[in-house]
Design a protein around this ligand. Sequence first.
Ligand SMILES: *Cc1c(COP(=O)(O)O)cnc(C)c1O
Length: 436
Amino acid sequence: MNDRSLHPESLMMSYGYNPEWSEGAVKCPIFQTSTFVFKTAEEGKAFFEVAYGKRAQRANEKMGLIYSRLNNPDLEILENRLTLWDGAEDCAVFESGMSAISTVLLEYLKPGDLLLYSSPLYGGTEHFIQHVLTQFGVRIARFKTGQSEAQLDEVVRATGCADRLKMIYIETPANPTNDLIDIECCRRIADRFSTPDSRVMLAVDNTYFGPLWQHPLKHGADIVVYSATKYIGGHSDVIAGAVLGSFEVIKRIKALRTFLGNMAGPWTGWLLLRSLETLKPRMETQARNARHVAEFLARHPKVGRVNYLGFLDESDPVRYALFRKQCTSGGAMLSFDIKGTEKDAFAFLNHLRLIKLAVSLGSTESLAEHPATMTHCDLDDAEKEELNITERLVRISVGVEHHEDIINDIAQALEHVHPAVETDVYDITSKELEPV
Ligand SMILES: *Cc1c(COP(=O)(O)O)cnc(C)c1O
């Protein structure tokens, strides 16, 4: 069933696979093989010519399987299905989100080039940019959410090497505060610094809201990257990554993947094919639950600011317009300040029973963590303050459990919070519900 006019959720069980290839098996088997047999030497020669880019693929020429570092049915079918959600031409899957991200950065940035990136980024990405890319002579500049288009232009110019800008790399919504970055605005900046023979690439890490609730390629991004460990895998049992974009982009990414050897294995591919069948119902349940949880938190006397995108409305017209343009849901990630100090945030986390105290996100089970001392501990105090990552902030990834059970667990854990001082910061940018 290869009819792209159907909805993605209808195609996740069948797209790109024919049971006749595998003894009528309704599901694609795990192709646990390192190499594939050629029918003839001529066929082997033809496959290699295309795989190594020695000549273009001829019309109606079927690309054959060679060796599982280059291609494998579990990966190819997974890649074809992943393109459907984002409306991408092609996809490449990796053994982790970090391998997808580092391969994109290494492919598109050369010594002397300039990378502009948003802050905060996922900690591993920020580390790779600051401590690895710079060792190869890549120059870097960062900007914060909330800076205007003119300010971003100025950040680029202030580097003194604006003519070497080669990539803008962003994460939106930002983790853990749900701040939004305007993807179309980043496209305009990329275009301003592009020349006829050098396009400034715009890459978006869409892990937090994709592939269901945000589609950056439709807003001008060239490249979308995922940690497929999160919503795409969705069961906290596999590490994987993906890159999506045009045929031209993915051809380059797959070429470097072949030589770095960081492709996903067939077992990972098979697990993700299985996960994709339930992607939409899982994410929709999580988003519904998150709204219940956010509304409960916003009314709770021991809770201060709640960062949840589903609360945006006409009272904050600029952010609301951006949210409506880019996102189709409030998502299932939220963070909130517990009134008090780190000790009170820890008391809450230590008393959760159903919700697990762990990093990661997007999985079937609800998870809670403390960004300031866990996922974002690498930021210095000034950066944390700037980004509202307070000692009181708790992040929750809402799962598929019954929402009443999640809320009851939060309620009982909050009973163990007895702040000595009620520190509370109200922010005009986040909406508070009236206490009931
Ligand atoms: C988890 C995560 C990554 C890294 O992915 P891995 O699969 O752990 O390598 C990258 N970006 C974001 C936003 C993430 O949440």
